[in-house]
Write a protein of this length. Structure first.
Length: 308
């Protein structure tokens, strides 16, 4: 997945969240609602997260160096993992702390119409942001569900935005529910309940995001479909006898490293082996364009010496 669609969704979310964060904080100052404070911190954290994703995408484009011969593609995973940490600490933990404080010292909400109007406007803006992320991810999902896309995607930007936007919408509903119940009952404790709910939601999203990005940081291989395509392309010719073993690794969201040991005929000359390897590389790259780094080792097949 290219960064173009991801960047468009990031910029849409960033522009919405900056304005929402300021508006929510003003609403908190005027009403004293802890749910509004939690939501303003949430939007501020989301804005910082989107800046981090943009920085990660930019730094990942740097050319390879002697110290980093495979380039910097994985920096996108590093910055996405930082997003998970910020969501957990700044968003989730702070909201839970503020909610518990409100539960212990409940206060009535002043000028209740202000947070209610702000929350309704925020729901509309967040819905627009989520719609943009869904539209940009649609061409990459290939018919799979959003949750499957989040689990399988190798580019972190759109999955992160989808999780953030869904969490933001649910959090806004929690905040609106807490404010409405607090106004109807006259008991400010419900405002605290909504705030704790927002915090728990953010912690959950941060854990899910952290687990998924951690897997990418550690190193994931090609998907089953790409493995099948690589295997079919490699064997689509009479220049090699079989694949002895193969390993793959994502160097970044758009760059796959492929290492293959192939069996060639014992009677092949060095020139014939080199030609077979060149032809195999062309076939594989045509079938799976992201297989940009390939290492192919020719060998004579011996069933007693096969290793994985």
């Amino acid at each position: 997945m290219s960064t173009e669609g991801g960047n468009k969704a990031i910029l849409a979310a960033l522009s919405a969240n900056v304005g929402i964060a300021v508006t929510k904080f003003v609403a908190f100052l005027l009403s004293g609602s802890s749910s509004m404070l939690a939501e303003s911190v949430h939007s501020l954290a989301d804005s910082g997260n989107q800046v981090l994703l943009l920085i990660g995408g930019r730094r990942a484009k740097r050319a390879a160096t002697a110290e980093h011969p495979f380039g910097f593609g994985r920096e996108r995973y590093v910055y996405a993992f930082m997003v998970a940490i910020i969501l957990f600490t700044v968003g989730g933990v702070y909201s839970i702390y503020e909610g518990i404080h409100k539960l212990e010292h409940p206060e009535p909400i002043e000028r209740a119409w202000i947070p209610i109007v702000i929350l309704l406007i925020s729901i509309a803006l967040e819905s627009f942001s989520l719609r943009t992320a869904l539209r940009e991810s649609a061409e990459h999902r290939h018919g799979i569900s959003i949750l499957q896309f989040i689990r399988r995607a190798k580019a972190p930007e759109l999955p992160v935005l989808l999780l953030e936007d869904m969490a933001a919408l649910i959090g806004l509903v929690f905040a609106l529910g807490g404010v409405l119940v607090a106004v109807i009952t006259g008991d400010g404790i419900w405002d605290g309940v909504g705030t704790v709910g927002i915090g728990l939601l953010l912690v959950l999203v941060a854990i899910v995001l952290g687990v998924e990005v951690k897997s990418l940081l550690v190193g994931e291989g090609a998907s089953g479909d790409d493995l099948a395509a690589i295997t079919a392309a490699a064997l689509d010719g009479d220049d090699i006898d079989r694949i002895i073993h193969m390993k793959t690794l994502y160097l970044g969201p758009e760059e796959l490293m492929v290492g293959i040991k192939v069996a060639v005929a014992a009677t092949d000359s060095a020139r014939e082996v080199a030609a077979a390897i060149d032809a195999l590389e062309k076939r594989v790259r045509a079938a799976v364009p992201i297989a940009k780094v390939m290492y192919i080792e020719p060998d004579i097949f011996d069933a007693t010496k096969v290793t994985t």
